[in-house]
Ligand binder design. Structure first.
Ligand SMILES: [Ca+2]
Length: 289
């Protein structure tokens, strides 16, 4: 659950290193005719689905321990991608429910008294449902307002609970970096395409860090479709060629976090802290049995 270097493949980085994200070809490749731009498809809870799991983040206090655990496993050695945060556990300063929202706050502070402190100059939180809830297929909807500030790297994402990365698959419902706050990414990672070769897309959401938006994923045996506010912006299809391309026939758990800095977050502006991601709800729907 630490495959953050996986997120190196974004259209953002692809643009910086030509061909670095696969499929783009070299600079000398002939230019294909531009594909027609399809109209955005509507994304909504499919008919016949029912709510199977949710958190509305009420009442005020720490997150519900029946639903969320804290991933702190790499604090001592440092997290992937040269990220600079220390992830705390059950600490309201970094994760608490307030006015019906889960507030994840990244701060500039050193928890040097903590036994697992690895020298990090910032604190944050990484909440996971691992060991508590996981799903195979479903419609996932998360209403969130992202942090504003250069150096932040929030994510709403999922990892396969059975097996190693990338074979077990990764589904990035929402990623954003504070240096380009209006660009929101969705990406998949598999054995057939991970890290620099993950498959994904970015969409402009002008007020992503000042207003709530709904980040969605419709995961079926045939495809995973990602969307924002009811509009699809990326689809990853099951090619029918097996696990390497489609590991998404096994359970995944959910992760909510703010990373700070690192290879994708980039240089950190210390004037931004504290910064927060607010999550109004997480709702998971599945087909009625
Ligand atoms: Ca709520």
């Amino acid at each position: 659950m630490n495959r953050r270097f996986a997120r190196a493949c974004t259209p953002l980085l692809a643009a910086l290193s030509l061909g670095g994200c696969g499929g783009a070809g070299g600079a000398t490749a002939p230019q294909p005719a531009p594909a027609p731009v399809p109209a955005p498809e509507t994304l909504a809870v499919p008919a016949g689905y029912r709510l199977v799991w949710s958190d509305e983040f009420e009442p005020a206090g720490l997150p519900d321990p029946a639903k969320w655990a804290y991933d702190t496993g790499m604090n001592k050695q440092g997290w992937h991608n040269h990220e600079q945060q220390y992830y705390s556990a059950a600490r309201a300063e970094n994760a608490e429910q307030r006015e019906g929202k889960l507030v994840i706050t990244a701060r500039k502070e050193q928890l040097s008294a903590a036994a697992d402190w690895g020298g990090q100059p910032y604190t944050s939180a990484r909440l996971i449902t691992a060991g508590k809830a996981e799903w195979t297929y479903g419609f996932f909807e998360i209403r969130a307002k992202l942090p504003c500030g250069k150096g932040t790297w929030p994510a709403i994402w999922m990892l396969g609970s059975q097996g190693e990365w990338p074979a077990a698959g990764e589904l990035d419902i929402m990623e954003q970096v504070g240096k380009e706050p209006s660009k929101v990414f969705s990406t998949t990672h598999t054995s057939a395409g991970s890290g620099g070769n993950g498959a994904g897309a970015a969409t402009q959401v002008g007020d992503a860090c000042s207003a709530f938006h709904t980040y969605q994923m419709d995961w079926t045996p045939q495809q995973v479709r990602f969307g924002i506010d009811g509009k699809s912006h990326f689809v990853y299809k099951n090619a029918g060629t097996g696990k390497a391309q489609w590991p998404f026939d096994a359970p995944q758990f959910l992760i909510l976090n703010i990373a700070i800095g690192g290879d994708l977050g980039g240089p950190v502006d210390d004037a931004i802290f504290p910064v927060r991601m607010e999550i109004d709800y997480v709702r998971v729907y599945q087909a009625a049995k």
